[in-house]
Ligand binder design. Structure first.
Ligand SMILES: Nc1nc2c(c(=O)[nH]1)N[C@H]1C(S)=C(S)[C@@H](COP(=O)(O)OP(=O)(O)OC[C@H]3O[C@@H](n4cnc5c(=O)[nH]c(N)nc54)[C@H](O)[C@@H]3O)O[C@H]1N2
Ligand SMILES: Nc1nc2c(c(=O)[nH]1)N[C@H]1C(S)=C(S)[C@@H](COP(=O)(O)OP(=O)(O)OC[C@H]3O[C@@H](n4cnc5c(=O)[nH]c(N)nc54)[C@H](O)[C@@H]3O)O[C@H]1N2
Ligand code: SF4
Ligand SMILES: [Mo]
Length: 745
């Protein structure tokens, strides 16, 4: 007997609704949910492979605890006892900063990851926090923090209505979009073209997205900030600045004009390898479009000028009057956002409130660079204690961060490590305790993060499609118990964690004059919460306090969990609309166009005008059927073109004697790897490309399929020293490398 259940796909940022076929307790099929209010039936090959991802026999079924040097199956009780016994002495002896926390990408794809890590980190009181953000989008957070006063206020391109989209360093036809949650991103690009709009793509590779574009600019990697600065220059020079409705909300215009004066199209052309005439045309087209949006992603962030590039993306949106208007780039309003406070000056955004111990890197958003994790473990200094224990949740930094070999050794040297991870992989194999979450079919789902980045306001919630298998523990409970174990409250009831948050949140809300529950009694409000579990009660609370909420009865038609459960395909909350000035939290209450840290970094950009590296540089790439480092174990998603090859332009191949399919040795500052060459004019001259997330050949893992075709770890070419200085983000693209063809035996 089979049945169906709805489940939001957790495998990328597009958040498509899936209809799962379930036989007994096994998921046997997945198709797009045509009635999903947001994705309307769209699905990609990864979503279709949900049953295989979910049912992977290599997923761990019970906790592992290291005994006599070996990881052995244990009970949950034994596992949490071991965690408390491993972490607490380190805190007591060496202080909280000696315990590091590493949070990986899937935390934004699970409900547990949205709800518990702040308590874990806050409860520990550690400043040794490292996340995937600093190998990804931290530059965007910093630029938003500086421009708008809120690191979380990230404008998203209005894909459904824009007339002109300028895409920089993004390949949504493979990635399905990022910092822009849009099921069927490819279809939306095609619709843009069908309605007469234009698509421009800036990417050193002729990607599938670039092939769709009206204009593709194969820029030299790392030079985007120069190109965007020159476009900004042209807008001023040719009097094309049109702030429109933004005028009262903007300050620093004259200072900005001065700051970009040197960045003429002629000055940046050689460094970008883009004609000055093309730079001018890009600026004019952007200004002339009835509506337009500039959008940058991985290729614009993970580069030496990541923050400057991210800042210029929104500067261009502001100067052309496209920020906060339909068809431009707008701020979404998610159902679980905090109750919007009245507009007005805020506290602003500060960087560098503390620095990393070894490298002296400034914190950003309370985080230190993931690139610095290894040195924070393996290097003693006089300033403080090195990290001696590590809590890793959903992260595989041995593959995803620079210099995995060094990190590998550093992890081995720790006093204690715990990983919350479904797999025994390159990172979790070092753990003393592994706590495996259940597969996604057994977990509830709500997109706390991605709804704040979605191209349409909407809200959806899926309860577990399949009940928890015997012996399993929900990831929400795992993280609640982990929080208790590491903060000295081992053994307490995990629901205490949720009740603490409910009490604190409601206690604060009743004191806020703008809150719908101002002046009410927190206990009375808490008693109204519904839901079958602590996490559901917290979701109910957030929905009710949120911008569309019922305000605990103040707005009877408003949202709450019960209403959401009545709408299993989700509730549409309408297209994005203008929100300014409410989201601004800068000290001035306005958009601060030329914040001081940005102005301070511009001389470095100016100096790069003179530099013209002549060697080869490396960029990354993603494949539709991959997902960072953890989906190479699913046979249905591997093989074909999803392979770890070094793409190289035919002219470079010829010059270096590299033959298609033959092995090439690639050497970078952090080491060398050997991969088969793929000779293709899909990459520009002077650029080679390797995908990330491969290198599954280390011993002691349990990834049987991935190990059979391991590929190589591109991040071994990095030594961790290349960072965007403002954000601490790793430079993963535009990295200098040398090649040597390996002669046939
Ligand atoms: N060279 C290069 N390096 C890159 C990138 C690049 O473009 N080029 N991209 C960077 C980017 S954007 C990112 S986001 C990072 C990603 O790097 P990480 O944050 O390390 O994420 P993943 O590699 O996806 O590994 C995720 C881990 O979570 C586990 N996991 C999967 N599902 C769950 C779950 O439901 N719960 C828990 N607890 N764990 C789960 C997996 O088994 C795996 O161990 O990589 C970065 N590294
Ligand atoms: N299938 C699949 N989907 C994914 C993921 C995955 O691993 N696989 N990962 C998810 C994650 S964690 C993220 S963050 C997103 C990322 O989403 P995207 O940013 O869309 O991902 P990429 O495909 O890495 O696209 C980056 C592009 O930047 C180009 N590039 C490199 N250097 C430069 C440069 O200096 N300038 C310019 N202009 N371009 C450059 C690369 O050639 C590449 O085409 O994807 C998400 N979705
Ligand atoms: S596009 Fe992303 S969310 Fe949609 S089905 Fe594919 S992997 Fe899942
Ligand atoms: Mo990412």
């Amino acid at each position: 007997m089979s049945r169906t259940a709805l489940r939001i796909c957790p495998l990328c940022e597009a958040t498509c609704g899936l209809t799962l076929t379930i036989e007994g307790t096994r998921v046997t099929g997945a198709r797009g949910d045509r009635d999903d209010v947001f994705s309307q039936g769209f699905i990609c090959p990864k979503g279709a492979a949900f049953p295989a991802v979910d049912g992977d026999p290599d997923r761990l079924r019970s906790p592992l605890v290291r005994r006599d040097g070996e990881l052995r199956e244990a009970t949950w009780e034994e596992a949490f006892d071991a965690v408390a016994a491993g972490i607490r002495p380190v805190v007591e002896r060496h202080g909280p900063n000696a315990v590091g926390v590493v949070l990986g990408n899937p935390n934004v794809h699970t409900m547990a990851g949205g709800l518990y890590p702040p308590l874990l980190v806050g409860g520990l009181g550690t400043r040794s926090l490292f996340t995937a953000s600093t190998v990804d989008q931290m530059p965007k957070h910093v630029s938003s923090g500086l421009l708008f006063g809120d690191a979380g206020a990230i404008p998203v391109p209005d894909l459904d209505r824009t007339d002109h989209l300028l895409l920089i360093g993004a390949n949504p036809l493979e990635s399905n979009g990022s910092l822009c949650t849009a099921p069927d991103f490819p279809g939306k690009l095609k619709a843009l073209k069908a309605r007469g709009g234009t698509l421009t793509v800036i990417d050193p590779r002729r990607t599938r997205t670039a092939k769709l574009a009206d204009r593709h600019i194969a820029i030299r990697p790392g030079a985007d900030a120069l190109l965007l600065a020159a476009m900004t220059h042209v807008l001023f020079e040719e009097d094309l600045v049109q702030l429109g409705a933004l005028t009262p909300h903007v300050e620093g215009l004259a200072e900005l004009r001065d700051a970009v004066r040197d960045f003429t199209p002629e000055a940046v052309a050689p460094a970008c390898d883009v004609d000055a005439g093309v730079v001018r045309a890009l600026a004019r087209e952007l200004a002339a479009a009835p509506t337009a949006a500039v959008y940058g992603r991985i290729g614009s962030c993970t580069v030496p000028f990541g923050t400057l590039g991210s800042w210029l993306v929104d500067v261009l949106n502001v100067l052309t009057g496209n920020l906060d208007r339909p068809g431009g780039a707008l701020f979404p309003q998610a159902a679980t956002d905090r109750t919007p406070r009245p507009a007005g000056p805020g506290r602003g955004f500060r960087l560098g409130r503390w620095h990393s111990r070894v490298g002296g890197h400034p914190e950003a958003k309370g985080e230190l660079p993931l690139s610095a994790l290894a040195e924070e473990i393996d290097t003693a200094t006089e300033e403080g204690e090195p990290i001696r224990a590590l809590v890793v949740v959903a992260a595989n930094p041995v593959l995803s961060a620079p210099d995995g070999n060094r990190l590998d050794k550093a992890l081995e040297s720790l006093d204690f490590m715990v990983s919350v991870d479904p797999y025994l992989n390159e990172t979790s194999r070092h753990a003393d305790v592994v706590l495996p979450p259940p597969p996604p079919s057994q977990s509830p789902h709500h997109d706390f993060a991605f709804n704040t980045l979605a191209v349409r306001n909407q809200v959806r919630y899926s309860r577990p499609a399949v009940p928890l298998e015997p012996g399993r523990m929900a990831e929400t409970e795992i993280l609640a118990r982990l929080t208790l174990a590491v903060t000295g409250m081992h053994g307490a009831d995990p629901s205490a964690v949720d009740e603490l948050v409910v009490g604190q949140t409601l206690g604060k809300a009743v004191k806020e004059p703008h809150s719908p529950v101002h002046g009410r009694e927190p206990k009375e409000l808490a008693a109204q919460l519904t839901g079958e579990s602590g996490p559901e009660r917290r979701l109910d609370m957030m929905l009710r306090l949120g911008p569309y909420g019922d305000g605990f009865g103040t707005r009877p038609d408003g949202l709450n969990l019960a209403r959401l459960l009545e709408s299993p395909h989700g509730i549409d909350l309408g297209p994005l609309g203008p929100r300014l000035p409410q989201p601004l939290k800068t000290a001035s209450g306005r958009i601060e166009l030329l914040p001081q840290p940005i102005a301070g970094d511009l001389p470095r950009l100016r100096a790069s005008l003179e530099r013209r590296p002549d060697g080869l540089v490396l960029v990354g790439r993603r494949h539709l059927r991959s997902n960072n480092s953890w989906m190479h174990n699913v046979p249905a998603l591997t093989g074909g073109t999803n392979r770890c090859t070094l793409q190289i332009h035919p002219e470079d191949a010829e010059r270096l004697g590299v033959r298609d399919g033959a092995p090439v040795r690639v050497t970078g500052a952090g080491g060398e790897v050997t991969a088969p060459a793929e000779v293709t004019d899909g990459v520009r001259r002077g650029v080679v490309s390797l995908p990330h997330g491969w290198g599954h050949d280390r011993p002691g893992t349990r990834l049987s399929h991935a190990a059979a075709d391991p590929g190589v770890n591109v991040n071994q070419l990095l030594d961790g020293s290349l960072l965007d200085p403002l954000s601490g983000n790793a430079v993963l693209n535009g990295v200098p490398v040398r090649l040597a063809a390996i002669p046939a035996l």
